[in-house]
Design a protein around this ligand. Structure first.
Ligand code: T4K
Length: 417
């Protein structure tokens, strides 16, 4: 019988560099006594990313949301923007903050990215751009979207928040479209605690973005535009530099975790995995999404999500609900039926995946899922209580075993004693 995990297994955990390395970096910050406002470590981090992406057109921000918000403003996007409802809510918020009307269209069923077939029908005289998301780090249908954008003279902007490290045809995903935004939030495989990056085709945008993220200051006495404050600080840059050193091993470890999940779950009835990526894509393994077919699996996605918590496994329903179903966006009319997006949002579950997750733990998670399908397992706290009682472990220790189900445990013990 599989026991619940002693410590919670979250959907993700940030990669942390060795503490001694980070302390040494902090020492430099202390010596510099320079904490933010384009400090030396931020400049070094920017240069390293320019080398990594082989581009000088890079600008760093204190988070991905503000980066994308500033991108929209700097590029003069207005009117309507065609976008996906199947993403983190920040994607759409960046439009709202620029007084742009989002036009939601459906996603494709393989990798859940914006469906180019549906985009064209949603274009109106007010459309100025397409905002597509490389959701879970999988590339959008790049050529088709580029073709539509070119034919209709639209800007093509990618929310690449999940896509650090993904490559297509041997080049970084960052080089597609007019501009891409990467999030460096702690929950991302590459992070700088919080952070965001814009990478863009037009070199002239760099100066504009630099003004916009720093109040519009040109010098001490001149403000050339009403900018905001979206600067990355020195601690963030330090973390970014140190995580960047380990990016290859981070992606490789995540690839092993994906392989294990795919091998163990591919035969389970009612579980759908995304198709294997094509040979010209190098996937970054940012997320581990599965779709649950309630009939075939024998339990709904939501029941599985709740059941797994009893084993101390905290999956997430990224991205449910759809953005157009949030109260603040419900009044916006959608284009077409969103059939695929609705089905996916109602059946998707993202499983734990992060650098420090042991492969043995991945195996155990798969075993729990398989057993739940076969209905072999009941309530883990019941079996745990029974095991512990047999072993003579006192009741108060057992109650402390897990944050989740502790109340339930006491009930079980009361019954069994
Ligand atoms: N576009 C897209 C497509 C995005 O996905 C995002 C962000 C953005 C734009 C905006 O980029 P940023 O402005 O964030 O740079 C998380 C993240 O906060 C968010 O960055 C991310 N997408 C989104 C998909 O996920 P939550 O509310 O699910 O995070 P939270 O706090 O519940 O964390 C998830 C799990 O991670 C926790 O259960 C435990 C673990 N965790 C989290 C943190 C913060 C840790 O172990 N340590 C930590 O420090 O939104």
């Amino acid at each position: 019988m599989i026991q619940p995990f002693e410590k919670p297994i979250y959907v993700t955990r940030p990669y942390l560099p060795p503490l001694e390395e980070f302390s040494q970096g902090l020492q430099e910050i202390w010596e510099n006594r320079w904490l933010t406002n384009n400090g030396p470590i931020l400049q070094r981090f920017t240069q390293q990313l320019c080398n990594f992406f082989e581009s000088d057109n890079i600008c760093l921000f204190n988070n991905g949301t503000l980066a994308l918000q500033i991108a929209m403003q700097g590029m003069g996007i207005s009117g309507e923007v065609i976008t996906t409802p199947f993403t983190f809510v920040a994607t759409t918020h960046t439009l709202f903050w620029n007084k742009i009307r989002p036009v939601f269209v459906d996603i494709e069923p393989d990798y859940y990215t914006l469906d180019p077939e549906k985009v064209e029908a949603a274009i109106t005289p007010w459309t100025t751009a397409i905002l597509a998301v490389h959701v879970y780090g999988h590339p959008c249908k790049l050529n088709m979207l580029a073709d539509i954008a070119r034919r209709h003279n639209l800007r093509l902007i990618y929310d690449a928040a999940h896509a650090f490290g993904t490559e297509v045809g041997g080049k970084s995903i960052a080089h597609f479209g007019d501009l891409s935004m990467f999030s460096f939030h702690s929950t991302k495989l590459f992070h700088s605690i919080e952070g965001g990056m814009l990478i863009f085709r037009e070199a002239g945008l760099k100066g504009l973005f630099d003004y916009l993220k720093n109040f519009g200051f040109k010098n001490e006495v001149e403000v050339v535009m009403p900018g905001t404050n979206a600067k990355m600080n020195e601690m963030q840059a330090l973390m970014g530099i140190q995580v960047l050193e380990h990016i290859e091993e981070i992606i490789q470890k995540r690839a092993k975790i994906t392989d294990m999940y795919r091998t163990r779950l591919k035969e389970v009835p009612g579980i759908r995995l995304v198709p294997p990526v094509s040979s010209h894509v190098r996937y970054n393994h940012a997320y581990m999404p599965i779709e649950i077919d309630e009939q075939e699996f024998g339990m709904s996605r939501d029941t599985l999500y709740e059941k797994l918590k009893e084993w101390n496994v905290h999956t997430r329903r990224y991205f449910y609900p759809l953005i157009c179903d949030y109260a603040c966006y419900r009044s916006i009319s959608v284009n077409g039926s969103l059939t695929v997006a609705r089905r996916v949002a109602d059946s998707i579950l993202t499983l734990p995946i992060y650098y420090n997750l042991e492969l043995t733990d991945v195996e155990a998670i798969c075993e729990i899922i398989q057993d739940l399908h076969h209905k072999k397992v009941g309530n883990p706290m019941v079996s745990l209580a029974a095991t512990r009682l047999q072993a003579g472990i006192p009741r108060k220790k057992l109650a402390a075993y897990s944050e989740i189900g502790a109340g339930e445990t006491t009930d079980i013990l009361d019954r069994e004693e």
